[in-house]
Design a protein around this ligand. Sequence first.
Ligand code: FAD
Length: 464
Amino acid sequence: MTTKTFDMIIIGAGPGGYVAAIRGAQLGLDVAIVERENLGGICLNWGCIPTKALLRSAEVFHLMGRAKEFGLSAGKIDFDLAAVVKRSRGVAGQLSAGVKHLLKKNKVTVIMGSARLSAPGKVAISGDSGTQELTAKSIVIATGARARELPGLEADGDLVWSYRHALNPPHMPKKLLVIGSGAIGIEFASFFNTLGADTTVVEVMDRVLPVEDAEISKFARKQFEKQGMKIREKSTVKKLDRGKGKVIAHIEKDGKTETHEFDTVISAVGIIGNVEDLGLEEVGVKTDRTHIVVDEHCRTGIDGIYAIGDIAGAPWLAHKASHEGVAVAERIAGLNPHPVRPESIAGCTYCYPQVASVGFSEARAKELGFEVRVGRFPFIGNGKAIALGEAEGLVKTVFDAKTGALLGAHMVGAEVTELIQGYVIGRTLETTEAELISTVFPHPTLSEMMHESVLDAYGRVIHM
Ligand SMILES: Cc1cc2nc3c(=O)[nH]c(=O)nc-3n(C[C@H](O)[C@H](O)[C@H](O)COP(=O)(O)OP(=O)(O)OC[C@H]3O[C@@H](n4cnc5c(N)ncnc54)[C@H](O)[C@@H]3O)c2cc1C
């Protein structure tokens, strides 16, 4: 067995891992990264990017269907699912190749294979080219997560799909059941529903997109229903009877069970961390259920071993992973980076309409003891939204009534996943209503609604 020594070894080349590698290399560290499947991880290959490519096709399809509204005409509007998927896979492939290029450019050693901690400071790798051992003072675990499977609801790739199957679907669903209305479930529901699948979403919690502000969930639900989606909240899929080309779902609500037939089911009931076969117990790294326990600097408590991204717990978002990647590489290189603060990380869902938020919901802020001032502004009051033909949406802001601190912002409507970053910067800079009110927002833009929502919280709204 060959042994090589590096300053930092990273296990997993998702957004957490590859960004840590590049930042480490920028700071002069000799870095190796080990990946068992695809450079770019879930995000680029099976998550953020290919889903957004699919959703873009659905968005264009939807707009083509509305051609008349814009004074245009289109012939027969149709789609070719295989071509839509091919485009999505192509985008994923392009970005994964881009990561390969960036790692090479930064002189990061890339090793394809499965890694395992064999002892503190030692990583054993098995791959096509045999077994090797690497040593380093610092090891970063960035092994990410995979779809959670519930007993009886396991994906089979034919009738019941995980997100991986849904990204490369064997057929176009006619009657689709989506179990779980978190970001992943609702994005697939939105995609297939827009393309014409008769779509039902079952959510165990009392509302869709349950991590969002209750008002935003309610608004989004109404929009989904207008588009023909059936939403069943406070409901549980107890059992799936799989037959030839069909699945009978047993759906329970308030103690009563109904059965409904579908031809396809997407199970989107959460994710679990890839903690297995990493040698964590042997080196003493603690786990909590399927996540590695870390402090705010991604330290595991074992000298020289760090964990970042999905494997290190919520929020399970690519930008959280990559930001932790930067922070951890800087710490290893001897700098003193700031910790990543989950409450200032935006969550974005790219369904139609889009949903985005940062900070505390109104209910959470109240639970935490804040006296709140709340502002709201509807898309119908914004010139750009009307010009775009996207007049359905809402921008809600939550302030600390005592200090004016921006506690949270919650948006539903066109392009809100792009807009939210304005509020994220505000929160990072610990902004108050005063700075937001005195900021000049360009006209005509959707961003003016962000201003108006703040003005509304302080009784100064103009266009409503
Ligand atoms: C369908 C879907 C859509 C999503 N959309 C979004 C979105 O729009 N925005 C967003 O922010 N997030 C989104 N996410 C979540 C996002 O993909 C994750 O938060 C992100 O990928 C986490 O990055 P990571 O670096 O922690 O791990 P990952 O991206 O999961 O990468 C981990 C890598 O480690 C490798 N690995 C695991 N074990 C080993 C081992 N023993 N040896 C070697 N390699 C190993 C894996 O092969 C994998 O490539 C989505 C997820 C899914 C599933």
